[in-house]
Design a protein around this ligand. Structure first.
Ligand code: FCB
Length: 442
């Protein structure tokens, strides 16, 4: 099961937390659908015990959550806020008591605003600041947490946050500016990986992956360009030590790369996190879009409330592609996010029927199992997400949870998919407690 701090915690001003880029961005009119506020989200900061109990009932043996950098190092670099770390300390202990392995992500898009004001990810200095924060978190939790994720979906953060401006920090950089952001994110990952590994900890990098499928033979070049951006930009440097061919985007080099950077980034992951939601059908570019590709549709595929096509085999194809592309350089894989949004509501009897979500998850779990049978080393599967939460620019409109949340009362109601997933886990662990099982993380 997976979640992220800013999407669930609320309590944005408590215990010394300072604003993140998302606090500031979400206050700007027109950034979040219907002006929804992240101030309370799922109130997880206060209701975390209830949420841990839900995880326990579900029977998962791992929980991916994120640590809010602005709680731990409110000004981005320098003084560590012990009270901020206390929250995660308690959470980690509570998870372990229930046999759930904590898998923290250090950066799920909530950069301290203080760093944004010094240039954010355009500034090289943000990378060592991230490594210092990673070291502080590992010093506090590393005695109990052995597997860490550095960044969540840096590509999405770069494109939505720094090119399209529809996510925080809402910047609209040109291609060289965006690639410089990418390089600093990778450098941050590499430096943090060094800190974590020097403490004997395991490091994962989580990317969003989407097989880029040309709509026709004539669209193959466009699909290659999309693939380079979406699937390779944040993976090739880590697994091969070099940037992919970005000639569809720029005639120049990636800005900001200094001697030694790529050596540091190369080989800096002990595992790759795969977030998969849907494939991307690619067409030739639309006139005047400025992009080297266009987007098509998957004929006949059902879509989620978000409009994302449901194609479970796409996950299997993506895993196969990663294996074929990187061969022996590919470390173990973990599906660190997979899920779907639907317009779920609580019936008079208190039930939330979500058959489409059950079908979605069933299909994707089967796709992972089929990929494993073909030889893929996939060691974990995390559903996105436990509770309906603040879905970035969509506010509370997209419900991805296995647990329905009434955002007025904070009442949590497990959906039918919750019961289905609990049964699935119980059938895999022979009814034993998940701690007793040697099965993959779920
Ligand atoms: C991913 C994000 C996650 C969530 C899901 C639906 O791109 O990592 O925070 O918003 O999409």
């Amino acid at each position: 099961m997976a979640s992220a701090a800013f999407q669930v915690e609320g309590a944005l001003d408590e215990d010394g937390r300072a604003p993140s880029v998302w606090d500031v961005f979400a206050r700007r009119p027109g950034t979040v659908r219907d002006g929804h506020s992240p101030a309370v989200a799922c109130d997880h900061y206060h209701r975390w015990e209830q949420d841990v109990d839900l995880l326990d009932r579900l029977g998962v043996n791992a929980y991916r959550f994120s640590i809010a950098w602005p709680r731990v190092v409110p000004t981005g670099r320098g003084a560590v806020n012990g009270a901020g770390l206390d929250f995660y300390d308690r959470l980690v202990d509570a998870l372990l008591e229930r046999g759930v392995a904590p898998v923290p992500t250090l950066f799920h898009w909530d950069l301290p605003q203080a760093l944004e004001e010094e240039g954010g990810w355009s500034a090289r200095g943000t990378a060592p600041a991230f490594a210092e924060y990673a070291a502080a978190a590992a010093d506090r939790l590393g005695d109990r947490v052995d597997r860490w994720i550095t960044l969540n979906e840096p590509l999405v953060h770069m494109v939505y946050g720094h090119v399209f401006g529809v996510h925080a920090p809402g910047r609209t950089l040109d291609v060289p500016g965006a690639l410089e952001v990418a390089h600093h994110l990778l450098l941050a990952h590499g430096l943090a990986a060094g800190e974590l590994r020097s403490r004997g900890l395991e490091v994962l990098l989580t990317n969003n992956y989407s097989p880029a499928e040309p709509a026709t033979g004539a669209d193959a070049g466009a699909a290659r360009a999309y693939d380079a951006l979406h699937n390779r930009l944040f993976t090739d440097p880590v697994l091969t030590g070099a940037y992919p061919d970005l000639s569809a985007f720029t005639a120049g080099e990636v800005p900001g790369v200094r001697e030694g950077d790529l050596d540091l980034i190369a080989g800096s992951a002990d595992g790759i996190g795969v977030n998969y939601y849907n494939p991307t059908p690619v067409t030739a570019p639309d006139e005047g879009s400025g992009l080297p590709f266009g987007f098509g549709e998957v004929p006949g595929a059902p879509v989620t409330a978000f409009g994302w096509p449901v194609v479970p085999e796409g996950l299997g194809r993506m895993i196969d592609l990663l294996r074929a592309r990187y061969g022996d350089a590919l470390p173990p894989l973990y599906v660190t996010e997979n899920g779907c949004s639907y317009e779920d509501s609580v019936s008079v009897g208190g039930r939330v029927a979500d058959p489409d979500r059950i079908a979605y998850l069933e299909g994707h779990v089967a796709a992972v199992e089929a990929a494993r049978e073909r030889g893929a080393d996939v060691r974990g599967y995390f559903v996105w997400t436990l509770t309906d939460n603040f879905e970035w620019a969509e506010g509370y409109h997209q419900r991805f949870g296995l647990v329905h949340v009434d955002h007025g009362t904070q009442r949590r109601t497990p959906k039918d998919s919750f019961a289905w997933y609990r049964e699935l886990i119980a059938s895999r662990t022979g009814g034993q407690s998940p701690t007793a099982s040697k099965g993959p993380l779920s």
